[in-house]
Design a protein around this ligand. Structure first.
Ligand SMILES: [Zn+2]
Length: 475
């Protein structure tokens, strides 16, 4: 079955066909690295990781690049304001790169806790200054940028004579012009206010991070790094470019324009954008105090697996309200799932497979939902219904043959980023203790058997006696 993805460029679900058969080149915009990862920003990372897993499951070889922005992202998201990294570093009394080193480590700890695999290439903007300077030179040479007092600006009026601009945001030039004039403080060096900066002169601005260039000692504009690093690692034209919906304008149209201007190619063919989440009924914002990081939730005791399950429980293009209640529900679902797997392990493997039809149906329905613009919400629902069927079958006959139920659950949940495969040594140890408990019970030594159950419970292994025997679930 073909995968369809909603392409923001055309506002349609399009059948996905990579440029090169069997290979997918995929770029997603990464974190501006100055603070801990909040749960809203964790959503796209979990979703793009699921997309990569799903593409691989369908047989594609994927190269996934996700950058780290450590310079150039200004507080107004445009050409004005302070560099976000520098601002935070100053508040903490650190060198910008000291803050970046620390935050990168925390960022990977947080993303790995929610089972986001590290991307194949994670380029940092500060490691690509030469490439960015060369790229600006190419854009100037091609006639789409100009220099003014050490700043270099992208020349929209020159560009639109040859290429489209603003089509991703479905905005015409007049509208963009009006918006630019009202949005930003006037910059008298620009020919037009909707021109944007490729390079900014740091002289007299107090900027700490700056590099020599043919125009001035300065720093690159934020949009530039994604054009440069995307094309460097994936080629001038590649397959998928993903980011948050706030990138529909101005970040992605500006990136794409720079690519056309430097190379004649518009970079990606499919542009995907995730919707934002609300936190406990309101837009997530630090000033309102309804701001929660992945780290906060892990510290509160939620498991990374449950956070991940919740993050993919809704469709990435739906605005979703997240809450602690939701995480609690995910935690319960996860426990139910683990308990089901244990029951399956204890069940029989002989005779007729009572779940043959359901298993086949699940595989088919899961793929249909994922093919429909990565509908993880419905795909997960199919899995939860299947779990009910498995439990119903085992309630009827605890020794029924459930066929490949365990394998299919582990395999499909893994695509969603929920890891169910257990640590082999740990489970053998727990199983051995359960055997000891069983023999204590046979000898009517209930003191010992209860002690084993209680101690296991204290260290996070919940024991339950079922028709299939004692099962344990990691809580
Ligand atoms: Zn980007």
């Amino acid at each position: 079955m073909p995968l369809k993805l909603f392409n923001t460029l055309t506002r349609e679900k399009e059948e996905f066909e990579p440029k090169e058969e069997g290979k997918v080149k995929f770029y997603s915009c990464g974190q501006t690295i100055y603070d801990d990862l909040h749960i809203g920003n964790a959503r796209p990372y979990a979703v793009w990781d699921t997309l990569r897993r799903y593409l691989e499951w369908k047989g594609f070889t994927v190269r996934h690049v996700q950058n780290i922005t450590d310079v150039g992202h200004l507080t107004d998201d445009g050409d004005q304001g302070e560099d976000k990294v520098e601002k935070r570093a100053k508040e903490l009394g650190l060198e910008p790169m000291e803050l970046v080193e620390d935050q990168i480590e925390r960022y990977f700890e947080d993303t790995q806790a929610i089972n986001v695999e590290r991307q194949d290439i994670v380029p940092r903007a500060t490691g690509h200054l030469n490439e960015m300077i060369n790229y600006i030179e190419k854009i100037i040479e091609n006639g789409y940028a100009y220099e003014r007092e050490g700043n270099v600006y992208f020349d929209i009026d020159a560009f639109v004579k040859d290429y489209p601009y603003g089509e991703m945001a479905k905005k015409d030039l007049e509208q963009l012009k009006k918006e630019a004039e009202s949005r930003v403080e006037e910059d008298s060096k620009k020919k037009n206010q909707y021109d944007f900066a490729l390079w900014l002169n740091a002289e007299g601005t107090g900027h700490l991070m700056k590099w020599e260039s043919p125009w001035s000692t300065g720093y690159p504009g934020w949009h530039l790094e994604c054009s440069v690093m995307g094309q460097k690692y994936l080629g001038d034209e590649f397959d998928i470019h993903a980011g948050g919906k706030d990138h529909i304008f101005p970040h992605h149209p500006n990136e794409r324009a720079q690519c056309f201007a430097a190379t004649g190619e518009g970079q990606a063919r499919y542009w995907l954008h995730n919707e934002f989440i609300q936190w406990e009924g309101e837009k997530m914002s630090k000033s309102k105090g309804n701001f929660v990081t992945v780290r906060d939730l892990l510290d509160e005791g939620y498991s990374g697996n449950a956070l991940r399950l919740y993050l993919v429980s809704s469709h990435y293009r739906s605005e979703t309200n997240f809450s602690r209640e939701g995480f609690e529900k995910a935690e319960k679902e996860l426990k139910k799932l683990k308990r089901t797997l244990k029951r399956v392990e204890k069940s029989g493997q002989e005779g007729e497979n009572v779940l043959e039809e359901e298993t086949e149906k699940l595989r088919k329905r899961f793929e249909e939902e994922m093919d429909d613009d990565l509908n993880t919400a419905n795909a997960k629902q199919e899995l939860m219904e299947y779990i009910n069927s498995v439990n119903a079958a085992l309630d009827q006959n605890s020794d029924a043959n459930t066929g490949e139920a365990k394998q299919v659950l582990e395999e499909l949940f893994e695509i969603l980023g929920v890891e169910l495969r257990e640590d082999k040594e740990e489970s053998e140890l727990v199983e051995t203790l359960l055997e000891l408990r069983e023999s204590a019970r046979e000898n009517e030594d209930y003191e010992t058997s209860d002690f084993i159950r209680d101690r296991l419970g204290e260290i996070g292994f919940e024991i339950e006696d079922t028709d299939e025997g004692a099962i344990w679930v990691e809580s």
